[in-house]
Structures are given as structure tokens and as C-alpha cells.
Design a protein around this ligand. Sequence first.
Ligand code: NAD
Length: 333
Amino acid sequence: MIKVSINGYGTIGKRVADAVLKQPDMELVGVAKTSPNYEAMVAFKRNMRIYVPEENKEKFISAGIEPAGNISDMIEESDVIVDATPNGVGAEYKKIYVEKGKPALFQGGEKSNVGEISFSALCNYDEAIGKKYVRVVSCNTTAMLRTICTTSKVSPVKKVRGTVIRRAADPKEYKKGPINALVPDPASVPSHHAKDVNTVLKDLDIVTMAVISPTNLMHVHLLDMETEREVRREEILEQLLSTPRIVVVPGKAGINSTAELVELARDLGRERNDMPEVMVFEDSVQTKGKEVFLMYAVHQESIVVPENVDAVRAVSGMSKSIDLTNASLGIRK
Ligand code: NAD
């Protein structure tokens, strides 16, 4: 059993913790919390061990949460640490992981040099096996890479021009905005997403632009990809349909928006309305000569969860586990 702990129990951390609990070959050591808020209380009630900063122990005890130890103890007791702390904090923790000789995963908000490799299960899984420090790329980059590497199976993608319509905040983030504006992010070209895709697909000619939109449900991407040879729409659709972690949303389903996709997740009884698959709108998939056009939606809170589970196995030296991860998480295909 791989002993896994979660440092940073927020949007991503809590989902990865639940995913770890579902793995037949993993054991959740516990989760690190810095303050005894509602998330800590729920995790404690669910019998997760809570590790806290030494100086905050009393606060947790007063709130009725008996800490299992401090964060350093948690790292010590783990085989792998999934760091899902806020942007930049993971790089600080890396010093401790290195000092204690523990493999660790980092998230997309960290600079790419925090890991030995930036990871995308459908693009460079094998290269990550046996590495000690792996950065799972961000939600937007994960979705783009899944889509590009899948299209490349039909004919190698040479060039990508993409537009990212970003959700402004996660549902719990009540202080973030905008609420009445579309904000170019940034009002210059390219957006950082292209550079992040290049951390995995180093030679790809890619330019992205991004706009923040006042919504909190999902991102939407509009991609224009150029392939090596002329491709047919049917070939692309067939490849998308047969690829794990990508769902083709049929035109006849009457789903025209991210609101309805989240309603679908609710109707399916998905935990937390999660949808870790890239949701490609079937009618948006078109080809013209060597160009492939498509649009898809990205559930930012959950898309990186299966990649984190795969990456735990990769840093543990285990072979590719996409099918095992998908089956354990109830992910289609
Ligand atoms: P979050 O704010 O929801 O969660 C971060 C958690 O870390 C919080 O619970 C916070 O209390 C805790 N924390 C803060 N300082 C800490 C410390 N010193 N020690 C231990 N815990 C500490 O953030 P998030 O959205 O889960 O993002 C985490 C990482 O995942 C970031 O790199 C982010 O860029 C990336 N990411 C986020 C999303 C998303 O849409 N939310 C998607 C993909 C990747």
C-alpha cells in the first residue's frame, strides 16, 4: 500500500483525498489543515487524521478536533505527499520534502521548475515513472493537453491557436470577481496557458489568449489545431469517443451550456457535482483540410484529480494506471 498524505486540504486537496480513499493500493495517512474551519471539522468527522502546524494545535483542540500530529509528522509517515497548497506555498514545502527524502506532487499553480517534470497522463505518463517530484499541470493545461494528444493520435498536431474562457472563481470563493465584466487575462498575447502546454509538448507551436468570465462552474476552450495531414471529422470524433477522460456531449442531448453540464453531473449523482472528463461539444467538432476546430468545457475543481492519482503511482515507480484510476473513480471509459 502506498501511504499518501495531502498537504493543503482545499478545492483540489479534498478531492484528491477522497480519490486516494478509493484506490485499492493506497492508504490515506491524513490531511494537513492550518485552521480548524468547517473543512477541517468535516474531514475529522469523516475519520481522516488531521495534521496541523505545531503552534496551532491548541486552536484545533478547542474546536473539538484532536490533531494526529504536526505537518512534519505527516510528511514523515508518508510515502508520497500530494501538495495542494496555494500557488507558491508548495515550492516552500518542497524544501522539507527534499530534506526528508519524500517524493511529492505539486499542482499547476506552482512554477514548472518545482517538479522534475510537468505531468499529463495522456501525453507523457511514461516519462514521469520513477521521478521524485512531479507537477500536475493546471486544470486548463490538463484539458488542452488531453485534447491535443488525443487529436495527435489521428495525425500529429503541429500548431494550436486557442482561446480560454476562464471561470472567475470556484464556487466557494465568495470574495473573488469580476461579477459584471469580461476581463482579458492578460490583455496581451499569449496567455500563460500556451507556455504551460509547452512544459509538456516542448516543440508545439501554440498561442493562447484568455478572458475571465463572471461564472464559477467551468471553463470553456475554443481550439483550432493544425494537423500534419488532412483529417476527417469522423476520424477525430472516433478518437475522442474512444479516449478515456474525454466525453463527447451529443448534440441531441440538448446540452448547450456549462450550466446544463453541471446539472448533468448532479443528475448522475456525481460527488460534489464533479466532472473530471473533458466535455467536448459534439457539434463543435469540425475539420477543414488540416485544421480541426472544437469547443469543450472543463470542470476546474475536479479535472486534475485522476492525474494526481496516476502521478502518485508514477512517483512510486509503478506502471501506467489510467484504467485502474478511472475504474476506481467511476470515470467513463
Ligand atoms: P484552495 O485555496 O482551495 O486550497 C488550498 C488549501 O491549502 C487551503 O485549505 C489552505 O487553507 C491550505 N493552506 C494554505 N497555506 C497552507 C500551509 N502553509 N500549509 C498547509 N496548508 C495550507 O486552493 P486550490 O484551488 O485547491 O489550489 C491548490 C493548487 O491547485 C494551486 O496550485 C492551484 O493553482 C491548483 N489548481 C487549482 C484548481 C482550481 O480550479 N481550484 C484547478 C487545478 C489546479
